[in-house]
Design a protein around this ligand. Structure first.
Ligand SMILES: Cc1cc2nc3c(=O)[nH]c(=O)nc-3n(C[C@H](O)[C@H](O)[C@H](O)COP(=O)(O)OP(=O)(O)OC[C@H]3O[C@@H](n4cnc5c(N)ncnc54)[C@H](O)[C@@H]3O)c2cc1C
Length: 558
């Protein structure tokens, strides 16, 4: 696993600048409007790939199973408040994600610290981890020296272990098979240091119990964020609901770019066609007939949300016929439809023709949808993608009738609370205070009923925020994401495929693919950029299907 340079955002376009230097020819690859790309999945990876490919000149259709874009980052309303499915944070070093925010015009909709500054609360005590202006890794020295939850001897041992971690190569063979807890213990990190310092950052960023994390991913996080550039770990939080930040902003930008976005459009199968191209079959439900789509909070009819403009984007046809643009039709597949790529598609939903496919769906869906010709010889193959498994995140939401803390967020030790965020403003709450407790690696909590979580977390919050003892709770609820991320444990690196598959026109995206990053928003955006770059290369190599307009134009890149 390697760290990669961040993608650049220049000239108003999203661009990938991967680890490897791109050739001049590759930089110049533009996809002609005649080539139609279908992006399956409208999470951050799919949104990013769709924008990048549309900007590269392809005609783009994005198919998303749910009635909104944004994937694992979403919001819902409850009693007039807008609630996120789970608190999300990012760091200043998340250059690709921040590039996407800029492209979406949403940089001003997040709040990014001007310097890393975390208050750590414990029952009866607190500490402040705040970087200074020295260059990394010296910028964290003073914060660690004053970290009162550890003894002086423990702090010195932490420094030695941190310096040893800095020297690791996350891509070194064997590092991914090591457990973080074992590595730390072997370097003098006792139970206390692991729980009240290392866990603060590794559990929330890797979403597995700290000791169980993959050492390679932990080293990536610590080196890139905590011990990297001075400002790398400055923390950013959304100032608006996630649904606005990503989903609605993504839909609006794609519309402006002339891409087609179809919501409630679930893909049932993808088939490679002999002679080139693909057929994408939607489920009957995925046709979107009669479904309502949410864009900008308004219900819109199931007609294409995003007008075609003159870009040749696909339209959906009614059953049995072929209407509108050339790429989507319904009914039986052409009789020569099989051959090149895996199982025949027998479902009855509408069919979309594509020259290129980005599968930006979770690993189980990707394994199901990848045609055999793309899966064959893949290393790792789809059966290994499934071994990535899933790890839950639970958020406990508590609304008080008054303010109980002035902190925008805090971490906690010696408490069941891990991190707690003030969500008052971003949710639209006008009186009182709304706190969201974010609980990563929540295997033990995900099935606990709300009443049980209330019994546990209300007193814990009172221990951290004494003012909460005098406050009345006006609402308490829980959000549970059972498959929040894959399990970032030893061995996971060997289960993450790259973007390319054996079929040059079909690529993979998603935070679970091999980005070198943990399963995060940054990883998702990087994967979308990797996929777009790979597909441009693949479409350049593959001849256009016979009878269709010719393919690529190599020209000045954007
Ligand atoms: C509660 C929670 C908290 C998190 N906290 C953080 C955080 O603080 N910081 C951070 O960086 N990351 C965080 N993450 C992780 C982050 O949200 C994910 O890594 C990222 O959003 C994944 O994006 P993606 O596009 O790869 O996948 P997804 O968001 O899963 O998108 C995949 C999309 O594919 C669609 N799809 C699936 N099957 C089909 C089909 N057959 N046809 C059409 N569409 C289909 C799905 O509906 C979905 O929209 C958190 C995640 C959760 C759930």
């Amino acid at each position: 696993m390697s760290r990669r340079r961040g993608p650049a955002f220049r000239s108003g376009r999203l661009r990938a600048s991967g680890a490897t230097k791109r050739s001049a020819r590759e930089k110049g690859q533009q996809v002609s409007a005649g080539r139609h790309v279908v992006v399956v999945g409208g999470g951050l990876a799919g949104i990013t790939a769709a924008i990048a490919l549309r900007e590269a000149g392809a005609s783009v259709t994005l198919l998303e199973a749910r009635p909104r874009l944004g994937g694992a980052t979403c919001s819902f309303t409850r009693d007039g408040l807008v609630i996120d499915n789970g608190q999300h944070v990012f760091l200043r070093c998340c250059s690709a994600y921040r590039g996407l925010l800029a492209r979406l015009g949403m940089t001003g909709a997040v709040s990014l610290q001007d310097r890393f500054d975390v208050t750590v609360l414990g029952p009866g005590g607190r500490a402040r981890l705040r970087r200074n202006r020295l260059p990394g890794p010296l910028h964290m020295g003073q914060a660690l020296a004053g970290y009162s939850f550890l003894s002086l001897a423990e702090r010195l041992r932490v420094t030695r272990a941190a310096l040893a971690m800095m020297r690791l190569d996350p891509a070194a063979p064997g590092l991914d098979s090591e457990r973080l807890g074992d590595w730390l213990a072997a370097r003098g990190q006792g139970e206390r240091a692991r729980r009240v310092l290392w866990d603060l950052f590794t559990v929330s960023s890797l979403n597995v119990a700290g000791d169980d994390a993959s050492m390679a991913l932990a080293a990536t996080v610590v080196q890139t964020a905590l011990l990297g550039a001075r400002d790398a770990a400055d923390i950013g939080v959304p100032a608006v609901p996630l649904g606005d930040l990503h989903g609605k902003a993504g839909a609006l930008l794609l519309k402006r770019l002339g891409a087609e976005v179809r919501l409630s459009a679930k893909v049932a199968a993808v088939q490679a066609v002999a002679g080139g191209g693909f057929l994408v079959r939607l489920t009957d439900r995925g046709a979107g007939t009669g479904a309502k789509h949410m864009v900008n909070g308004d219900s819109a009819p199931a007609t294409p949300l995003i007008p075609n403009g003159n870009h040749g984007a696909a339209r959906l046809s009614p059953p049995g016929g072929r209407v509108g643009g050339p790429q989507i039709h319904a009914g039986a597949l052409p009789s020569d439809g099989g051959g090149a790529g895996g199982p025949q598609i027998h479902a009855d939903g509408p069919v979309v023709h594509a020259d290129g496919i980005v599968l930006a769906v979770p690993p189980d869906a990707a394994a199901r949808l990848t045609p055999a010709a793309a899966a064959a010889g893949a290393s790792p193959g789809p059966e290994r993608w499934l071994e990535l498994g899933a790890s839950p995140i639970v958020n406990v939401h508590v609304i008080y009738d008054r303010r109980v803390t002035r902190l925008p967020f805090a971490a906690a030790v010696d408490s069941p609370v891990q991190w707690v965020f003030d969500r008052t403003r971003s949710s639209g709450l006008r009186a009182g205070q709304y706190l969201a407790v974010s609980l990563s690696a929540a295997d033990d909590l995900v099935d606990v009923p709300a009443a049980g979580l209330r019994e546990r977390f209300v007193p814990a919050l009172e221990d951290l925020f004494p003012a909460a003892r005098d406050a009345r709770i006006t609402d308490f609820f829980v959000t549970r994401e059972r498959r929040a991320t894959f399990r970032q444990v030893p061995g996971c690196a060997g289960m993450r495929p790259g973007a390319a598959t054996a079929l040059p026109g079909l690529v993979l995206a998603g935070a679970w693919t091999d980005t070198g990053w943990p399963d995060t928003m940054e990883g998702a955006v990087r994967s979308g950029l990797n996929a777009a770059r790979e597909l441009r290369r693949g479409l350049a190599a593959a001849p256009p299907p016979s009878g269709r307009r010719a393919g690529l134009v190599a020209g000045a890149t954007a």
